[in-house]
Design a protein around this ligand. Structure first.
Ligand SMILES: *Cc1c(COP(=O)(O)O)cnc(C)c1O
Length: 375
């Protein structure tokens, strides 16, 4: 099977992990701060918090933003459930704004329609790596005094108007799951320029406990620590961060390769009338986490099944979040985002990852054209 996405692990990545296994620290050692600094420097953010995964990164960001019962947070339905679940973890209410039919990203106009006096934050998700319309989103946030969190799980290395994703909003989260731009196995990070958010998330990552004298209310001696808030064990290990450091050195090469593959797909599908290739927003550079096409004038399910039968493990990103039974049973029965549902009914994610060979890609192209052709 050719997967839709997969990790790229090379010998030096393996060696980096082995080196940590021979060192004094398997967790909470020097590799964590090193990885945080590498990502913060890469995107151009002041602070970074490495954490157990992309979902806990979103939870930490919502916690730092002060989301609690009674608060509404506006996000997109066309995303992984974690982008909305993080609001529920904090007792808040996710509110879904529809997406733009061209970019598949959250539509600022619909954000405006969904704002109430309970709205506290916006979570913008850069679907497939394509940056959202951040200028418009920031304009709305400013008018209504909202915190903006970016779910950048797909967008490490993406660029919006000359700035890397991670420097634009109050907080940006990343995921290092194996299919994401770089991997640590499981892992995540939040970047921010806001010191207060940073300190809250550092506590949140590890039980709310600190040994920092400046933060403690008293100090009984060198053994002393205090729990200042209710946090979790969301720590990431040095084993994972060593892999992350090694992967960061390759990120630009990975992104370059993804771009090449996308250019080849776009060119090949230009003449296929039943395939809509991804739209590219001007003044942005996508990190191309996913290559999502819409198939038209043919049955998506049949195309999907035929491709799977031919050894291509295509996927669908995403089922609108509110359509899941959990959401349906918790107050979202009457929620409909027309564009998101329409897009959902036509999309397929094709294989895209740095080690996809030209031969494999040619095979995918040939099969996709074949399967979408009308007799
Ligand atoms: C992968 C992903 C997450 C969650 O990341 P994990 O590391 O798997 O917890 C959140 N949001 C989006 C959009 C994702 O794709």
């Amino acid at each position: 099977m050719i997967p839709y996405g997969r990790q790229t692990i090379e010998e030096d990545d393996i060696q980096a992990v082995v080196d940590v296994l021979r060192s004094d620290y398997l967790t909470t050692g020097p590799k964590i701060a090193e990885f945080e600094k590498m990502v913060a420097d890469y995107v151009g953010a002041k602070y970074a918090v490495a954490i157990s995964n992309g979902t806990s990164a979103l939870h930490a960001a919502c916690f730092a933003a002060g989301i609690q019962a009674g608060d509404e947070v506006i996000t997109t339905p066309l995303t992984f459930a974690a982008s909305a679940n993080c609001v529920l973890y904090c007792g808040g209410t996710p509110v879904f704004a529809d997406v733009n039919p061209k970019t598949y990203n959250i539509d600022p106009e619909d954000i405006r329609r969904k704002i109430t006096n309970k709205t506290k934050a916006i979570i913008a998700v850069h679907l497939a790596g394509q940056p959202c319309d951040m200028d418009e989103i920031h304009k709305i946030a400013k008018e209504h005094d909202l915190i903006v969190i970016e779910d950048g799980a797909h967008a490490l290395g993406s660029v919006y108007k000359g700035k890397k994703v991670g420097t634009l909003s109050d907080m940006t989260t990343f995921s290092f799951h194996p299919v994401k731009p770089i991997t640590t196995g499981e892992g995540g990070m939040i970047v921010t320029d806001n010191k207060e958010f940073y300190q809250k998330m550092m506590l949140f990552r590890s039980h709310g406990i600190t040994r920092d004298e400046n933060l403690m209310t008293r100090n009984d001696g060198p053994w002393f620590y205090q729990q200042l808030d209710l946090g979790y064990n969301y720590r990431i290990t040095d084993i994972q961060c060593a892999l992350g450091c090694s992967q960061m050195k390759k990120l630009d090469r990975f992104l370059e390769r993804r771009k090449e593959i996308v250019a080849r797909y776009n060119e090949a599908f230009a003449d296929c009338e039943n395939i809509i290739t991804p739209y590219q927003l001007p003044e942005t550079e996508s990190g191309w986490h996913l290559y999502i096409v819409q198939v038209t004038n043919c049955d998506r399910r049949k195309v999907f099944e035929a491709l799977r039968e031919h050894g291509i493990a295509v996927n669908v990103h995403y089922i609108p979040v509110y359509m899941h039974p959990y959401y349906q049973e918790h107050g979202y029965k009457d929620v409909h985002c027309r564009n998101a549902e329409e897009i959902y009914s036509h999309i397929i994610s094709l294989p895209l990852y740095p080690t996809l060979t030209m031969e494999e890609q040619d095979y995918v192209i040939q099969q996709v054209c074949e399967c979408t052709k009308n007799e």
